[in-house]
Design a protein around this ligand. Structure first.
Ligand code: EPU
Length: 378
């Protein structure tokens, strides 16, 4: 069924909470509905949204907004991989919760990312060392130009950091994701190498375990008590107790501590991408930081396989003094400066964009780096 409304209020359909309207809004709940839509006839421009969690509406939308409510999760095949087909309108975290409950590994690190499954495959969402491309097998779409259903195997999606073939300017908007097939697994495969994730998971594995079996020894350590690990309880033994549900629980706790809850304070998650610079450029930045903070100071960074260096934009924004700063209704989030928030709940788009411009200018002046927004401006 297709539901069409005019001058639709979009405030609740964008996590930034921008108070804008769409001239035409169409929601559909089946793959077959797409065939019935006359794409040529729609008021232009046409924008397909998911959970509206990566968008900044800068004005009322003059064209047509489309939204999928295709909502199913279905196991297709149980082999060494468990292939799961998921509708584009499923809330991504509902899929993560379902997988955790089923004991399926693969998406637990992506828990609690706002947005829907269709958009996740376009944006290649990622967190805690995992990107959704790592578990995507096939993306099924409707081609609005040729008016036919097409599929893209993961290699054809040309995934990069928050990037895919679906975002290429020449095809943008042409393909509408209908469903995505993910390859999950019943074989444990925890990915804990990001930051302090391993420590956080190990700590909770001890305190949450209802059955703290002393793995290799029956002796009770005199200091062993509630929430403490036994010396004989090796990391290996702890690893064997891990479940996707437990990792999901830890990830949700970390995210809640660092990122604003969209229902409480509007935002679009990370506002900027983390920039990638040359090793020489990074060396200059590190030398300047050591001169300022002392020789032991270390600038956070990730060395990439190609010799380039990824530097957290959060660190640079903080260094420029923006952390927690307000500008009208907008603010830089005090716990994670990569996030710009609708602090008052009624920030104007201009206030968000003004803050964005000033952050970009000061990072450029201090570090000679151009920050690029991850959030799409509409
Ligand atoms: N940092 C600071 N000050 C802060 C916060 C962070 O200096 O106040 C530095 C720290 O050194 C920290 C580093 O920044 O180690 C990285 O911080 P964090 O682990 O929070 O990750 P991020 O690089 O800032 C990325 C994603 C997030 C994702 C996290 C965790 C991008 C643009 N953002 O942020 O994704 O949740 O990693 O994996 O890649 C999103 O895309 O909306 C999003 C929230």
């Amino acid at each position: 069924m297709i539901n069409t409304t005019y001058y639709q209020d979009l405030t609740k359909m964008n996590t930034f909470g921008m108070k804008v309207k769409a001239r035409c809004f169409m929601e559909y709940d089946s793959v077959a509905d797409l065939v019935d839509i006359e794409f040529e006839e729609l008021a232009r421009p046409v924008l397909h949204i998911g959970g509206g969690s990566n968008l900044l509406f800068t004005d009322d939308f003059k064209g047509t907004v489309l939204h999928s409510k295709i909502n199913f999760i279905e196991i297709l095949e149980e082999g060494s991989d468990v292939l799961v087909s998921v509708g584009s309108g499923v809330v991504f975290d509902d899929f993560c919760a379902w997988a955790a409950k089923e004991g399926l590994w693969g998406v637990e690190n992506l828990s609690y990312i706002p947005g829907e499954v269709g958009a996740s495959a376009v944006q290649n969402i990622g967190a805690y060392g995992v990107e959704v491309k790592d578990v995507i097998r096939t993306v099924y779409c409707y081609d609005t130009v040729e008016e036919e259903f097409v599929k893209f195997d993961v290699e054809e999606c040309e995934y990069g950091y928050r990037d895919s073939v679906f975002k290429a300017p020449e095809v943008k908007g042409r393909y509408i994701v209908t469903h995505v097939v993910f390859a999950l697994s019943r074989t444990p495969q925890p990915r804990l190498d990001y930051g302090h994730l391993r420590d956080a998971v190990m700590a909770s594995s001890v305190s949450l375990s209802s059955d703290p079996r002393p793995a290799t020894s029956s002796l009770t350590h005199p200091l062993a008590g509630g929430g403490m690990s036994l010396p004989s309880d090796t990391e290996e033994a702890m690893m064997s107790r891990l479940t996707p549900a437990l990792i999901r629980k830890v990830i949700i706790k970390i995210r809640k501590e660092k990122l604003p809850e969209p229902s409480v304070m509007g935002s679009a998650g990370s506002f900027f991408k983390n920039p990638v610079i040359t090793a020489e450029h990074f060396a200059r930045i590190e030398a300047a930081a050591k001169a300022e903070y002392g020789p032991d100071y270390k600038v956070p960074h990730y060395d990439l396989p190609d010799g380039m260096v990824k530097v957290p934009a959060a660190w640079m924004i903080e260094q420029c003094g923006w952390k927690g700063r307000r500008s009208g209704g907008a603010a830089v989030y005090d716990k994670q400066p990569l996030v710009i928030v609708n602090y008052t709940g009624d920030a104007y788009p201009e206030e968000i964009v003004g803050l964005e411009r000033r952050i970009i200018a000061s990072v450029k002046a201090k570090f000679d780096i151009d920050l690029h927004p991850e959030v799409e401006h509409i």
